[in-house]
Design a protein around this ligand. Sequence first.
Ligand SMILES: *[C@@H]1O[C@H](CO)[C@@H](O)[C@H](O)[C@H]1NC(C)=O
Ligand SMILES: *[C@@H]1O[C@H](CO)[C@@H](O)[C@H](O)[C@H]1NC(C)=O
Ligand SMILES: *[C@@H]1O[C@H](CO)[C@@H](O)[C@H](O)[C@H]1NC(C)=O
Ligand SMILES: *[C@@H]1O[C@H](CO)[C@@H](O)[C@H](O)[C@H]1NC(C)=O
Ligand SMILES: *[C@@H]1O[C@H](CO)[C@@H](O)[C@H](O)[C@H]1NC(C)=O
Ligand SMILES: *[C@@H]1O[C@H](CO)[C@@H](O)[C@H](O)[C@H]1NC(C)=O
Ligand SMILES: *[C@@H]1O[C@H](CO)[C@@H](O)[C@H](O)[C@H]1NC(C)=O
Ligand SMILES: *[C@@H]1O[C@H](CO)[C@@H](O)[C@H](O)[C@H]1NC(C)=O
Ligand SMILES: *[C@@H]1O[C@H](CO)[C@@H](O)[C@H](O)[C@H]1NC(C)=O
Ligand SMILES: *[C@@H]1O[C@H](CO)[C@@H](O)[C@H](O)[C@H]1NC(C)=O
Ligand SMILES: *[C@@H]1O[C@H](CO)[C@@H](O)[C@H](O)[C@H]1NC(C)=O
Ligand SMILES: *[C@@H]1O[C@H](CO)[C@@H](O)[C@H](O)[C@H]1NC(C)=O
Length: 495
Amino acid sequence: MVETVTSSFWWRWTQPHHHPRRWVPSVFTTHKAIITAVWIAFLVTVFWWQVDATAGILIFRRVFPAREVPKFRPVAFNLTDFGGVGDGVTVNTEAFEKAILAIAKLGKKGGGQLNVPPGYWLTAPFNLTSHMTLFLAEGAVILGIDDEKYWPLMPPLPSYGYGREHRGPRYGSLIHGQKLKDVIITGHNGTINGQGQAWWKKFRQKLLNHSRGPLVQIMWSTDILISNITLQDSPFWTLHPYDCKNVTIRNVTILAPIAGAPNTDGIDPDSCEDVLIENCYISVGDDGIAIKSGWDQYGIAYGRPSKNILIRNLVIRSNVSAGVSIGSEMSGGVSNVTVENLFIWNSRRAVRIKTAPGRGGYVRDITYKNLTFENVRVGIVIKTDYNEHADESFDPKAVPLLENISYTTIHGEGVRVPVQIHGSKEIWVRNVTFRDMSIGLTYKKKHIFQCAYVQGRVIGTIFPAPCKNLDLYDEQGHLIRRSDAQNATDIDYDI
Ligand SMILES: *[C@@H]1O[C@H](CO)[C@@H](O)[C@H](O)[C@H]1NC(C)=O
Ligand SMILES: *[C@@H]1O[C@H](CO)[C@@H](O)[C@H](O)[C@H]1NC(C)=O
Ligand SMILES: *[C@@H]1O[C@H](CO)[C@@H](O)[C@H](O)[C@H]1NC(C)=O
Ligand SMILES: *[C@@H]1O[C@H](CO)[C@@H](O)[C@H](O)[C@H]1NC(C)=O
Ligand SMILES: *[C@@H]1O[C@H](CO)[C@@H](O)[C@H](O)[C@H]1NC(C)=O
Ligand SMILES: *[C@@H]1O[C@H](CO)[C@@H](O)[C@H](O)[C@H]1NC(C)=O
Ligand SMILES: *[C@@H]1O[C@H](CO)[C@@H](O)[C@H](O)[C@H]1NC(C)=O
Ligand SMILES: *[C@@H]1O[C@H](CO)[C@@H](O)[C@H](O)[C@H]1NC(C)=O
Ligand SMILES: *[C@@H]1O[C@H](CO)[C@@H](O)[C@H](O)[C@H]1NC(C)=O
Ligand SMILES: *[C@@H]1O[C@H](CO)[C@@H](O)[C@H](O)[C@H]1NC(C)=O
Ligand SMILES: *[C@@H]1O[C@H](CO)[C@@H](O)[C@H](O)[C@H]1NC(C)=O
Ligand SMILES: *[C@@H]1O[C@H](CO)[C@@H](O)[C@H](O)[C@H]1NC(C)=O
């Protein structure tokens, strides 16, 4: 514990604009101790400078971090206080666990903050606690151990009934939390790196016996804030809030290779309520964002929808899948989602709703506004035959409802097929609205606004001209022509 206090004290003292006294524990409040510590700091620094001027600058920067760490909680710890070593080789699981245990004891007094300094902090999965802030300094990288032996197994998610990729248990997440309240993960753009490469390779080679784990997964929790950090190379989905309420994800960078990184979705709000995702940059190997709420009969039984979700001001690239998806697991229902001010580039699809018979549930009250697509194969997609099931005991008569979906101010360049709404006789797409759309095409082809079993309307003129399934209204909202072909089918998947 003495070591703890020393390093924390040292750092505080070296910070500009800081009042060390507030931080200095009673053992060290004597002037003698302070002067001694300053002398040690001074001598060590001078020694390093003498060893090598260039190296000296590097070390100098480490001892005096460029930016002061803001304080979110009454008490702050440094990972090094608990024996953490940021050399990229030492395993720091115990340091994280001890630190979090210390914070757990402070819950009633406003909680605690764990500062992760610059360095490479290798660790196995660990659990967060309530009323905690995990702060990643500039240059701090938490590295996930890529040997699955270190990853604890957990029961399948109740709304999936299944480990998603394999039956039975699944690997937990690198950073995990259950039944928590008031958790902040933030920083000066420090990184949580899942070192997914080994996982993706083993997955492709079918060497894994259990489903891969996400990078960060918070379950059954409320008041979660994730901001100002980078999440990189997750083994599986990157950030997975599950059955949570009041989740804010702001100014986060999410990165994974755009090819060869299977299932590395960016953010998957799953059976979550009151979610705000804003000002993020996402470039990953699967969906940028995928809103979900459970799978087939398991999701129907669990019955927890995703609702009241606002997604805005994002830049997304998804070469393999879509910028923003809803589904395909949506059996608990998804409603009241707004997606606005997005720039989606170099992507296979821009925004997609995907579902299938057997899912049940609903997708309703979805608003897309001010989206810009650049170099996207298919812009707007609704797909109702995404026939991927947990097992054979799903109920094919459990058909999802898709309704009240609007697309306003949609622009784009270099898009092959701007719209593809593929309803079916069983799963109609109802009350779809298009307004103010102009999308530049990569090539002239017949099927550029594809529809099947869709009911809805176009207000004003849009480009490209809409399919004949939709009713036409003028800008003032007067009906011009009612469709007599809502069930007409013009879908060309061969694009
Ligand atoms: C944590 O401790 C290390 C080593 O003592 C120090 O270099 C670093 O500046 C400290 N960082 C914070 C955020 O307290
Ligand atoms: C985290 O907590 C969950 C639930 O209590 C538990 O199943 C899991 O093993 C814990 N993970 C670690 C790494 O301790
Ligand atoms: C976003 O985070 C970075 C560091 O990660 C910070 O420099 C920047 O000011 C933040 N922007 C906003 C708008 O919060
Ligand atoms: C944060 O770091 C990532 C990866 O290092 C970088 O791509 C991104 O631009 C940084 N974000 C900010 C706001 O500096
Ligand atoms: C998977 O199971 C097989 C057979 O039980 C076993 O030989 C192998 O070591 C397991 N692999 C992993 C990664 O657990
Ligand atoms: C939601 O969580 C944030 C912390 O992320 C908190 O400041 C806010 O008060 C919470 N809102 C509600 C309505 O509880
Ligand atoms: C993110 O960084 C910006 C700029 O440094 C800062 O204004 C904001 O408060 C930070 N957000 C959080 C939640 O730390
Ligand atoms: C829909 O979600 C927004 C948050 O995006 C929320 O402010 C609003 O109250 C919700 N509307 C309803 C009817 O619940
Ligand atoms: C993007 O995906 C396509 C297949 O859809 C692939 O041919 C292409 O090489 C990918 N682009 C990159 C840069 O990986
Ligand atoms: C539309 O979204 C873009 C980002 O793609 C943003 O720059 C622009 O300000 C938004 N326009 C409005 C009116 O909000
Ligand atoms: C159709 O959807 C719009 C939102 O896009 C909604 O305002 C309207 O009430 C819906 N109409 C019906 C009949 O449900
Ligand atoms: C489409 O609907 C019309 C009546 O509105 C019906 O006569 C026709 O058989 C339907 N076609 C298909 C393919 O279901």
